[in-house]
Design a protein around this ligand. Structure first.
Ligand code: MG
Length: 390
């Protein structure tokens, strides 16, 4: 093997960032950390920097960068531009984009333009600008590796079949903590209850999105661009055990599934190690192998669209295309933040997003600037509708 792969992690202090560092640390012969960024958690970044010794550290918040310099005695870059600089750094062989929300869009785009291998845990960038990003990746020879568990699973299954054999792709959804609840019951659930996901250890935004099923709707759009599969051939099935992560149905009626314990370190390692597979359960304590007999039973059901309408909203946005998915995704960030702040009820999340969809005009997008503008409009509209609520 050659030199260790130089890796930049954007969003290093978040859930995916920390789990990525855990995988990297288990394979010092393969990987080295060349850059880390965080939004504002200077204290945690100082700890990570002491352990992983990146060449460059960035804290988006300038005051956090000052605090980091005092804590660690070493310099830190700051500002939004620092993410783009890290994502395009000469020493970066691979960029892991684990920041949350539309903040990931510009760094993903920049890394792709620089022809990097980009491991994308930030689904919003693909939802907002998937067509643009995939086209650019092809033109620049940049490789895009999904870190989202379902999409990592689809990638594994698609490797076993040729494109013309694929009839449809099926993404599984755990259904989140409120699976089986009625609309009336959902009106009373709290942010704390929504944050208690039964299977996955994830950040707040994606955990709330999982509870509303918005996460799965966004993932349908993400899959459409990642794998160039028409949206009508991407289905969703509820699978509360989160053992089967995705399936591909072939023309002859066979279904090929990818199964693994629900542990984000597995899809992270699959992206980092590509084309190899890493022996995570041998190297990392707590990374387990799947025991089918102890799981015993796997169940599947249709999503309840009338109680959890978010997947349908995402499909509508996808069908309209242009800037509409970007507007919906950016609006979702605002609405989820309002729910986490106790400003709205859980059931207001899809209700407000439905209004955003009905009020946002169709608009073509040709450039990253157009996508960002559509996102701004969606966020503004969501804030206006949230204002009417309070
Ligand atoms: Mg996922």
């Amino acid at each position: 093997m050659g030199n260790p792969l130089g890796i930049v992690i954007l969003g290093a202090t978040g859930s995916i960032g920390r789990q990525t560092l855990e995988v990297i640390a288990a394979y010092p012969d393969r990987f080295r950390v060349v850059g880390l960024s965080a939004n504002q958690n200077a204290e945690q970044m100082a700890e990570l920097a002491a352990v992983h010794r990146p060449e460059t550290v960035a804290l988006v918040d300038a005051r956090a960068a000052d605090r980091f310099e005092k804590l660690s005695g070493r310099p830190a870059e700051s500002g939004r531009g620092s993410l783009v600089r890290l994502a395009t750094a000469e020493a970066a062989d691979m960029v892991v984009v684990a920041v949350v929300g539309q903040a990931g869009l510009e760094p993903v785009h920049a890394a792709v333009q620089a022809g990097k291998r980009v491991a994308i845990a930030n689904k919003e960038s693909l939802v907002m600008a998937g067509e643009l990003i995939m086209r650019e990746a092809q033109a620049r020879g940049a490789e895009i590796l999904p870190v989202d568990s379902e999409h990592a699973a689809v990638r594994q299954v698609l490797a076993a079949v040729s494109p013309e054999q694929v009839r449809r792709v099926i993404l599984t959804a755990s259904g989140g903590p409120f699976l089986g609840r009625s609309r009336e019951e959902l009106e009373k659930v709290t942010a704390e209850q929504a944050l208690a996901h039964p299977n996955w250890d994830m950040g707040d935004k994606v955990t709330i999105d999982s509870a509303t099923l918005m996460n799965k709707g966004l993932e349908v759009i993400e899959a459409r661009w990642l794998f160039d599969i028409p949206p009508e051939r991407i289905d969703v099935v509820i699978h509360p055990e989160s053992i089967v992560h995705a399936l591909v149905e072939t023309q002859d009626g066979a279904m090929i599934a990818q199964m693994a314990v629900p542990d984000m370190r597995a899809p992270i390692a699959y992206a980092l190690g590509c084309p190899d597979r890493l022996d995570l359960p041998e190297r990392i304590k707590g990374c387990e192998r799947l025991s089918l007999s102890s799981i015993a039973k796997l169940t599947f059901s249709e999503p309840d669209d009338s109680t959890f309408p978010a997947i349908r909203l995402c499909r509508q946005a996808q069908t309209r295309g242009g800037g509409v998915p970007a507007a919906l995704s950016a609006a979702d960030e605002e609405v989820v933040a309002a729910f986490l702040d106790d400003r709205i009820r859980f059931t207001d999340i899809p209700a407000i997003l439905a209004r955003v969809l009905s009020e946002i005009p169709d608009q073509p997008v040709q450039s990253l600037g157009d996508v960002l503008e559509a996102g701004r409009q969606g966020a503004d509209l969501a804030r206006k509708l949230l204002g009417e609520k309070s």
